[in-house]
Design a protein around this ligand. Structure first.
Ligand SMILES: O=C(O)CC1=CCC(=O)O1
Length: 288
């Protein structure tokens, strides 16, 4: 368990895996903490250098006094990379974590070697829905919306097959500080990267759980189409959190994507011309 003060806030983070391996940092969804990646970490840790963290207002990270936008979350992540001495890394973001990852890929492309966007979109939800959620959480606590959110997070099959785990993930959600949760809802409400993501240059893999009710696959696919070098894949039998419901499928997709040879770009070096040509021609297997 480690902590770093970055961008004016103390973040909780954890490093796992093979320190000489390719680097991946994982950004979490609203109401979750870094435990959601545990099974993925078990599968990827042999080969990859892994960094997990709780975004501000979540898990063991500090709740900042004032609400901040997605760009501030991306700056938090950049500060954490500085703290651990990573100039660049593959960035994997889930839901609001995906917005954080997209923002970083747009504003600091040199830091993002590859991008994995999971169950996310350039714009998520409506201002009205976010305002209603903020009101509910600030007046009644996160538990007041817990049942409703859990229905969107997990497939019915998972709820039936894993009742104890389902209850455990609901406790994670409901223990999120109300202010940290509401502040992140505000950041989501105000975020629209629809135009900006056309500028993403990192090779990108976009993943959707085919039973996701929060960011349905069509919405996720629409975001993939707006990113120049993006491949889109669905995971069968998963809701909004495929890293919990289908960690083997998630790890397999990440491993394939991150193991494809993009030599000099891997740790932030210049991308070879041949690769760009291949990408433009649509011949690279990830960009069909
Ligand atoms: O809580 C939800 O409805 C799902 C979600 C939306 C953005 C996020 O990070 O999670």
């Amino acid at each position: 368990m480690s902590f770093a003060r970055t961008n004016g806030v103390v973040l909780h983070y954890r490093r796992l895996g093979r320190s000489a391996g390719p680097r991946i940092v994982f950004a979490n969804s609203l109401g979750s903490d870094l435990a959601i990646w545990d099974d993925v970490a078990d599968e990827l840790g042999r080969d990859f250098d892994l960094l997990f963290y709780d975004k501000r207002g979540h898990g063991l990270s500090e709740v900042a006094p004032a609400p901040r936008g997605i760009a501030d979350h991306a700056d938090d992540l950049a500060g954490l990379l500085d703290h651990v001495g990573w100039g660049s890394a593959a960035v994997c973001g889930l839901s609001v974590g995906g917005l954080i990852a997209m923002d970083m890929a747009v504003r600091a492309p040199e830091r993002v070697t590859r991008l994995v966007l999971m169950d996310t979109a350039a714009r998520i939800g409506t201002p009205e829905a976010w305002n209603a959620r903020i009101e509910a959480v600030l007046h009644q606590g996160v538990a007041a919306i817990g049942d409703q959110i859990m229905e969107r997070w997990f497939s019915f099959a998972y709820r039936d097959a894993e009742p104890d785990a389902f209850a455990g993930w609901q406790r994670m959600l409901e223990r999120t500080p109300a202010k940290g949760y509401a502040d992140t809802c505000r950041a989501l409400r105000d975020a629209d990267l629809t135009g900006a993501i056309a500028r993403i240059v990192a090779p990108t893999l976009v993943i959707a759980g085919d039973e996701d009710l929060s960011t349905p696959p069509e919405l996720v696919a629409d975001t993939a189409r707006r990113i120049p070098a993006a491949a889109f894949r669905t995971i069968a039998g998963a809701g909004h959190l495929p890293c919990i419901e289908r960690p083997g499928d998630v790890s397999g997709l990440l491993r394939d994507f991150l193991s494809q040879r993009l030599p000099a770009a891997e740790q932030g070096g210049p991308r070879p011309r041949a690769y760009d040509k291949e990408r433009q021609d649509g011949r690279h297997s990830l960009f069909r």
